[in-house]
Design a protein around this ligand. Sequence first.
Ligand SMILES: N[C@@H](CCC(=O)N[C@@H](CS)C(=O)NCC(=O)O)C(=O)O
Length: 209
Amino acid sequence: MTKYHLIASKACGSMIVEAALALAKLPHEVEMIPYVEPGSQRDRLLALNPLGQVPTLVLPDGRAMTESAAIILHIADMAPQAGLIPAAKDPARPMFLRWLEFIVAAIYPTFSYGDDPKRWAGDEAAGKHLRKATDEHRKELWRYFAAQNPCKPWVLGATFSALDLYVAVMNMWRPGPAWFKKECPALSEIAGRVAKLDALGVVWARNVD
Ligand SMILES: N[C@@H](CCC(=O)N[C@@H](CS)C(=O)NCC(=O)O)C(=O)O
């Protein structure tokens, strides 16, 4: 195989990687699967990534790579001209790293535990509580993120980065675009700007109805 092969699901975290691959212009193909549905596609995903998560990226040499942030860092290594990450000595770099880690280590897990809360909490009532608590916590995290970053025109200010891709995709997730527009308007505007990038037209068409 000479291409990257991305196992993806509509408007999921894989969309962030799909957008990064498009901006990087790396040869790739995207396999959209209903990742939670039992079946041959999920079985193949589980063989590559026993957590059954997307994004799962098969590298040109056949190895599987998971974890969106690691994948983004790898794509930026392969295509530094894409501007996904501020260069090593760019003053924007430390904040990029800080907030990338914040998104994947603090915000993303609120979905991991809230999406299927009964799995973690045991019974229905505890599951409902877990869902509500993680949804509320996420709102605080986004408010904090928006307050700590310039967010005009991009998260880091003048410098576009992969953080903007995360914001654009996660803006579609709970608590949803209307909440972002009202409570974190600068993030909502970033999402709008990213969605209009010509290079991402195919990605948006594939993921958003
Ligand atoms: N830490 C992973 C999280 C990926 C993740 O949770 N993806 C979601 C879809 S957006 C998923 O596969 N959820 C199913 C599960 O966690 O079982 C990353 O950053 O790539």
